[in-house]
Ligand binder design. Structure first.
Ligand code: ZN
Length: 242
């Protein structure tokens, strides 16, 4: 039996407090909309938000988190560098990370990628088709050939990320742009998955196939990490002949 994964859903949680449209779609916050379906699937889920002390991510919480999900947009700069360092270290040490939508610009994701993570965007409520480009990947399990979102924000190439270790999804938008929308990475002993959709003024996280991708991603990035590598000056593992 695989161990039950302990998930922390982190949300900036600002738009829901100031924008009526967003509050209408996510009355309990985007974090609860993401956490609810995961709990139903048997994951052990807690939530944390920017305005909690230490952004809700003190060492005791991070230490007990197998998978962290991150949604942020307008307040990336308010996230403390100490918390960013602690999250990045946890990923290197084996914690899984699922980065959603506008968190492409979060300090955590930019630090792990080492690039600008910039992209094109347009808010016109256009149709998005998220095509599965790796049907053998566990994150695509149970999906059809593509997910259709009737109304989403457009993100377009070029997306300034390192080439993904595994590309699972690619999006097409009504306006003609394309985008690498499901990107999997290995960082140290940890796994990272970036999943594109989820603009706050559309009910994207209520859509079942989107919830399925997030649950699959949690399972994939939450796989137990291998033994901790030893670095630095090293005694020979075999006897040297001279
Ligand atoms: Zn957005």
């Amino acid at each position: 039996m695989p161990q039950i994964q302990r998930v922390t859903v982190w949300n900036e949680y600002r738009h829901e407090k100031t924008n009526d449209r967003v509050r209408e779609i996510y009355p309990d916050g985007i974090h609860e909309a993401i956490a609810g379906p995961l709990r139903q699937q048997g994951f052990q889920v807690r939530t944390a938000t920017l305005d909690d002390p230490l952004h809700g991510l003190p060492p005791a919480v991070l230490d007990q988190t197998d998978v962290l999900i991150w949604w942020g947009h307008a307040a990336h700069e308010e996230v403390s560098d100490d918390v960013v360092r602690a999250v990045v270290r946890r990923v290197w040490n084996g914690m899984g990370l699922v980065v959603l939508h506008s968190a492409h610009f979060s300090k955590v994701f930019k630090t792990l990628m080492g690039t600008s993570c910039d992209l094109k965007w347009r808010e016109a409520g256009e149709r998005e088709r998220i095509w599965v480009v790796d049907p053998s990947h566990p994150i695509a399990a149970g999906l059809g050939e593509c997910i259709v979102l009737e109304h989403e924000e457009m993100y377009g190439e070029h997306f300034d990320i390192p080439a993904p270790d595994e590309l699972v999804f690619a999006s097409w938008f009504e306006g003609g742009e394309i985008f690498r929308s499901g990107c999997a990475y290995h960082r140290g002993r940890g796994r990272v998955f970036y999943f594109r959709p989820g603009h706050e003024t559309y009910p994207t996280y209520h859509q079942e196939d989107v919830q399925r991708v997030i649950a699959n991603a949690v399972s994939w990035v939450g796989q137990a990490a291998g033994a901790a590598p030893v670095y630095g000056n090293h005694q020979p593992a075999e006897r040297l002949s001279r």
